[in-house]
Design a protein around this ligand. Structure first.
Ligand code: FES
Length: 344
């Protein structure tokens, strides 16, 4: 079948442009097969990374039809089916597959382009390094042969251990896009792998480090993009959530604003079924009148809201607040039971 490939091409420090290639391909051809065909038969100047061709090395990350993926994993048939689904769900998008089907390929996001589909991954590797992604056994007696783990202890590492560091999650990370300090989902998924590793002896220091500022877990905006694009089902956002829970179990709401934000949010939802925004600001930003600078920072926003008639003067608990409360209590009880059984 005839398929058009629109490739976003670019040299470092120049404006991107689209180059279109027409190929005769089979639905089972991978996107990487197609790029190879372009490079070998039509245009040897096209630059992209590849190595294993088998979803192992993580080299061939790129944006395929708008989302980051591995070119050796996705194929023409599944991509066209996906486009068909998107156009059926958005009939007004103006996109139609009735003409020659078209697949768009672009470099990954959140990293500068070196050439065409090759991006500079320096920040990706530096941020991975920042979480100290190695098992630390400095203070431990080094065993004669190896550190033994039970099958259960090893099982806890399976999901995060599947990461092939392809960069897809980092490319789609919305938090990373607006916060250059945030280390990114790949690094925090690896961080959880270290926290969960029974051989590591730096757990407490790690949890404190990952829970400080917005470079760590509190920088995550929970947009789910990393989970949705990860080709290895590492679910980085879920791993970030597990570290957050470890932080919350150890720190009270006076530790910092991020911890307070999470705890106050749960308390208020438990109270009224949804958030009383007036109390939320005062408790989180103003730290219940302890943080005068935080309180004064709320002033301009409060005045603007009053001027526009948007300041909520009262608060009505939501319908079913009791049900919400009992759900939260049940989850908290289940978590407490789980913690108790894992420490016994
Ligand atoms: Fe190795 Fe695609 S070439 S993951």
């Amino acid at each position: 079948m005839q398929v058009l490939f629109q490739v976003v091409r670019q040299n470092a420090n120049s404006e991107p442009h689209i180059q279109t290639y027409s190929l005769d391909v089979e639905p089972g051809n991978t996107i990487l097969d197609c790029l190879n065909q372009i490079k070998w038969e039509q245009d040897g100047t096209l630059a992209f990374r590849k190595n294993c061709r088998n979803t192992i090395c993580g080299s061939c990350g790129m944006r395929i039809n708008g989302r980051s993926a591995l070119a050796c994993k996705e194929n023409v048939g599944s991509e066209l089916a996906r486009l068909q689904q998107i156009s059926a769900a958005n009939p007004d998008s103006g996109k139609s597959l009735e003409d020659i089907p078209t697949i768009t390929i672009a470099p990954m996001g959140n990293m500068p382009v070196i050439k065409d589909l090759v991006v500079d991954m320096k920040s990706f590797w530096d941020n991975l390094d920042a979480v100290d992604p190695y098992v630390s056994t400095q203070s431990r007696h080094i065993p004669e042969r190896e550190f033994l783990q039970t099958p259960e202890e090893r099982d806890r590492l399976n999901q995060t251990g599947n990461c092939i560091l392809c960069g897809a999650c980092y490319s789609e990370c919305n938090a990373r896009q607006v916060n250059p300090d945030f280390v990114g989902p790949h690094a925090l998924a690896k961080a959880y792998r270290m926290v969960a590793d029974s051989r590591d002896d730096q757990t407490e220091a790690r949890i404190e480090n990952y829970g400080t500022g917005t470079q760590g877990v509190w920088g995550c905006t929970r947009c789910y993009f990393c989970n949705s694009v990860c080709p290895m089902e590492v679910a980085p956002m879920d791993q970030i959530g597990k570290i957050k829970q470890e932080v919350l179990d150890r720190q009270d709401d006076q530790t910092n604003r991020s911890v307070r934000h999470r705890k106050v949010l749960i308390d208020l939802v438990k109270d009224g079924g949804w958030i009383d925004e007036r109390r939320f600001g005062l408790k989180v930003v103003g730290n219940s009148f302890r943080d005068l600078r935080g309180l004064s920072s709320l002033g301009p926003l409060g005045f603007r809201m009053i001027a526009k008639g948007k300041f909520p003067l009262g608060f009505e608990p939501s319908e079913g607040a009791a049900q919400v409360r009992s759900l939260i209590n049940a989850v908290q009880q289940a978590e407490a039971n789980q913690t108790e059984s894992s420490t016994n």
